[in-house]
Design a protein around this ligand. Structure first.
Ligand code: BV8
Ligand code: ZN
Length: 252
């Protein structure tokens, strides 16, 4: 597969790398991707309809129950070789920035020191009223599909909300600025496991391509990012990322 060899060569000589990830990198850990996050009981809901401020305002117990169920799913799974390969890239290329759309903590548990979370995290709930951070994991652990009343803020008694970015909400300014800045100024941007459908995050690989940098995509399926990828590695992250790292930095 000479695309893999070419990708490994680009990675091996890169001094500045951005690793941009979506739900696909966590798929082989057993985490449903965003578009099929609604397995079982959630099938009757559209994720995009649940991941909105309106849904939380209309039915906080349903939305809080969904996010708490998703957090407990993450607590029960482990990072996969794809997450570990990303941390290995960081070990070889000092200026590597991991930019993730994922709200799980598998990059952190896989060894990445400071991933940039464009869409927040399941582990940083906050008060919907005064925005004070609230402890993650408070309250009962829901089974899939159970409604759960959100805890109340110790300071203002407002409802605690998930620390994620919902549709219609602005991304954290600093995270987005960092991601754009790093994409304009990298040697290689590796985009892994994203459908490239959600904006403005999906712009990040396009920024790197626009500035003439090498964009390597890892995804088993075609995506809108195919047209900006310099190299397209068709396959699962947990297989291809370790192979890419091994080819770039062979363990003698
Ligand atoms: C905003 C957190 C404005 C919540 C998420 C143009 C510009 C700006 C905005 C818009 C725009 N057009 C439309 C919009 C609105 C909207 C949007 O993009 N809608 C889409 C649907 C068209 N964007 C927004 O609302 C954003 N906010 O624009 O605000 C604003 C500005 C100022 C002031 C006020 C407001 C906010 C978007 C953030 C939404 N939150 N997540 C939660 O998790 O519940 S998005 C969610 O879906 C994920 O975080 C992720 O980012 C996104 C896409 O999911 P992916 O990660 O790509 O996963 P997906 O399931 O789609 O695909 C998985 C991929 O993996 C597939 O390609 C598959 O082939 C691959 N795969 C599978 N297995 C593997 C694999 N790959 C590798 N290995 C495997 N084994
Ligand atoms: Zn409060």
């Amino acid at each position: 597969m000479d695309d893999l060899r070419d990708a490994a060569a680009a990675l091996a000589e890169a001094r500045r790398v951005v690793v941009f990830t979506g739900a696909g990198i966590s798929a082989e850990s057993g985490v449903p991707t965003f578009r099929d996050a609604l397995t079982g009981l959630w099938e009757r809901f559209d994720a995009q309809a649940l991941a909105t401020p309106q849904a939380f305002a209309d039915d906080p117990d349903l939305v809080w129950g969904w996010y708490e169920w998703r957090r407990t799913v993450i607590d029960q799974v482990r990072p996969n070789p794809g997450h570990v390969a990303v941390a290995t890239i960081e070990a070889h290329v000092p200026h590597t920035v991991v930019v993730t759309q994922n709200v799980d903590d598998l990059h952190e548990r896989g060894g990445s020191s400071a991933p940039v979370h464009l869409h927040g995290s399941l582990f940083t709930p906050r008060c919907a009223g005064c925005a004070r951070p609230a402890p993650a994991g408070t309250g009962a652990e829901p089974e899939q599909g159970r409604r759960l009343a959100p805890p109340r803020c110790a300071h203002c008694a407002g409802p605690i909300r998930p620390g994620v970015v919902w549709f219609g909400e602005a991304l954290p300014e600093e995270a987005l600025e960092t991601a754009v800045q790093e994409a304009t100024d990298c040697d290689v941007l590796l985009t892994v496991g994203t459908s490239g459908l959600v904006y403005p995050a999906a712009e990040i690989p396009k920024v790197a391509a626009m500035f003439g940098h090498t964009v390597i995509q890892v995804n088993p399926r075609p995506t809108p990012l195919d047209e900006v990828a310099t190299l397209n590695l068709r396959g699962p992250a947990a297989t291809l990322l370790p192979a890419l790292v091994e080819a770039a930095w062979p363990v003698s």
